[in-house]
Design a protein around this ligand. Structure first.
Ligand code: FAD
Ligand code: SF4
Length: 518
């Protein structure tokens, strides 16, 4: 089967879904290929046991580490991609992240565009994804040309207390940018109910600002947009000279099909986009498509992250915990000249998550039964930037599976960030000696978030010798091939990546509209 479109977009997550939404009103004929299906709406969406213990929505892929050991990546193949399960903390990178930054373990390289180039698209993405926040509360916040479309989500009482205590101790807590469909002035007419099963769960009532709900579904209202689900792109075919993609091979329902379009956009997530390009090697591109620079798959990053749990002296009955952030150590600390990173809250620990715990771990919290741990837990997410390293890379095993070689960078600042927070607990109404990795209690909590924040395998840049994509995210070597997922990041900063992928997709979308004359 073969059809012709103006644009084929492969992958419907933060990058691909947003791009399709932006192109759709122009009447561009778009084919959106998504390897997953619609995430089923079912009671299990909000079941801790099904989601956290049984990994109901994690795809059954097998990847291999550097030593060839198989593992199951925390990856989600659905319409909307990883945004179906994400925490919807929708941060802008800091303006300084677009320049070169000196870190403890090396240099975080400059981007080939400035923050000012991205700013209008961050604003547009915040509108599209209905972000709640308050620009300027956080001293590291970059300038914004418009306020958030919704005021910041209020803190629940224990988190408000945490915010007050932080401020009293001289820190600068801020309301974290959150993407949920809630008007706090009108809760009865809000889709979002502020529940405890958001971060890491699908939203049963479609009230999360994810790419399915806010990008793909509205785009499909245009009859020039076609979505094929369960359609996995397996190879990109080029002309003999290798200068243009002339077909996308797809596996769908056991059949092999080829689709054609003037422009092909890859947005499969950082690891899978690298996989697709590497698997598309041909005579004109012997090392993988668009890989003359040998950069495809390299510089994989995913944040040096820690999910930790502190114990409040008073119970913490918070339901929606992700409303607070702290960037006082983003660029360093009084006793450390290098960036430490971002502190934010994660979804609240719940007692059902503790099923299967090892009894000895009660020792970690003297005097606390495990059920008390759940009711008193205050959960933090610490993100330190990891640096792009050529050897941290995606390659393909003989059988075509992803091999992910990765060694962490910036361990010292990550450790310092942890100890900083720990040293603050006594002032925050929490047990001062207790800040432990969540996976010590929650056997199934995924250390360092698996591959959730994957980025960087096809970085954009001005020099074709050291980058895969040009500043429009078009492959240097292939005239009609673009990549718009987090692969294009030359560095990852220390805040969550999705809003940057969304904003960049809008930026590339404007370029494509101009190129198509649409
Ligand atoms: C549990 C969790 C929590 C997170 N929380 C946050 C958060 O709070 N804030 C934040 O900013 N980020 C968060 N993230 C990360 C965020 O979701 C990702 O950074 C973002 O979705 C990446 O967008 P993307 O377009 O690169 O990839 P994705 O959104 O993953 O989209 C890739 C899409 O491509 C499809 N695909 C893959 N291969 C193929 C193929 N061969 N053919 C066809 N389709 C294919 C996939 O099925 C998927 O739909 C979280 C992620 C997870 C997993
Ligand atoms: S908090 Fe709101 S957006 Fe998140 S899962 Fe609950 S209802 Fe959905």
């Amino acid at each position: 089967m073969s059809s012709s479109y103006d644009v084929i977009v492969i992958g419907s997550g933060a990058g691909g879904g947003t791009l399709v939404h932006h192109l759709a009103p122009s009447g561009t004929r778009i084919l959106l290929l998504e390897r997953g299906g619609w995430l089923p709406r079912e009671p299990q969406n909000w079941s801790v046991g099904d989601v956290f213990i049984d990994n109901r929505y994690i795809s059954a892929d097998t990847w291999y580490d550097a030593k060839g050991k198989p593992f199951q990546p925390q990856i989600h193949y659905f319409v909307g991609g990883a945004t179906k399960l994400y925490g919807a903390a929708l941060y802008r990178l800091r303006a300084e992240d677009f320049g070169e930054l000196k870190h403890h373990d090396g240099i975080s390289p400059a981007w080939p565009i400035d923050y000012a180039d991205m700013e209008p698209y961050y604003t547009m993405a915040e509108q599209l994804y209905q972000v709640h926040g308050a620009h300027g509360e956080d001293p590291t916040d970059p300038p914004a040309s418009a306020e958030y479309p919704f005021p910041a989500l209020s803190h629940e009482p224990r988190i408000q207390q945490l915010s007050d205590d932080l401020a009293a101790a001289g820190y600068h807590p801020f309301h974290a940018p959150c993407g949920v469909l809630r008007d706090e002035a009108n809760p009865p007419f809000s889709a979002c109910i502020r529940c405890a099963t958001c971060d890491g769960f699908p939203c049963l009532v479609h009230a999360k600002s994810d790419a399915e709900v806010l990008a793909v579904r509205p785009a499909l209202e245009h009859d020039t947009v076609t979505l094929l689900t369960d359609a996995r792109a397996t190879k990109l075919l080029t002309n003999d000279a290798g200068t243009a993609v002339i077909g996308v091979e797809v596996e769908r329902g056991g059949e092999h099909e080829t689709y054609t379009a003037d422009i092909v956009v890859v947005s499969c997530g950082a690891a899978n986009s690298a996989k697709l390009l590497l698997a598309s090697a041909n005579d004109a591109h012997p090392n993988g498509l668009a890989n003359g620079s040998d950069q495809v798959g390299r510089n994989y990053m995913f944040h040096n992250s820690q999910a930790v749990l502190a114990l409040s002296k008073e119970p913490n009955p918070t339901l929606f915990q992700k409303t607070l952030g702290l960037n006082d150590f983003y660029f360093g600390a009084d006793d450390f000249d290098f960036p430490l990173g971002n502190i934010q809250m994660i979804g609240k620990s719940q007692s059902d998550m503790f099923k299967g715990e090892k009894p000895t771990e009660t020792k970690l919290a003297p005097g606390f039964a495990l059920r008390d741990v759940a009711s008193h837990a205050v959960d933090f997410w610490l993100s330190t930037e990891d640096l792009p390293v050529a050897e941290n890379r995606v390659t393909l095993e003989r059988d075509g599976h992803v091999k992910l070689s990765y060694s962490a960078t910036n361990g010292t600042p990550a450790d310092r960030l942890y100890h900083r927070l720990k040293s603050m607990l006594g002032h925050l109404g929490m047990h001062p000696d207790h800040l432990i990795p969540r996976h010590a209690y929650l056997k199934t909590d995924i250390p360092v978030a698996g591959v959730a924040h994957q980025a960087g395998t096809c970085r954009f840049g001005k020099d074709p010798a050291s980058s895969v994509l040009n500043t429009d995210c078009r492959a240097h070597e292939v005239d009609n091939l673009y990549v718009v997922d987090t692969s294009f990041f030359p560095s990852i900063g220390a805040v969550n990546p999705a809003l940057t992928a969304m904003a960049n997709a809008l930026r590339v979308g404007d370029h494509l509209l101009e190129r198509l004359g649409a």
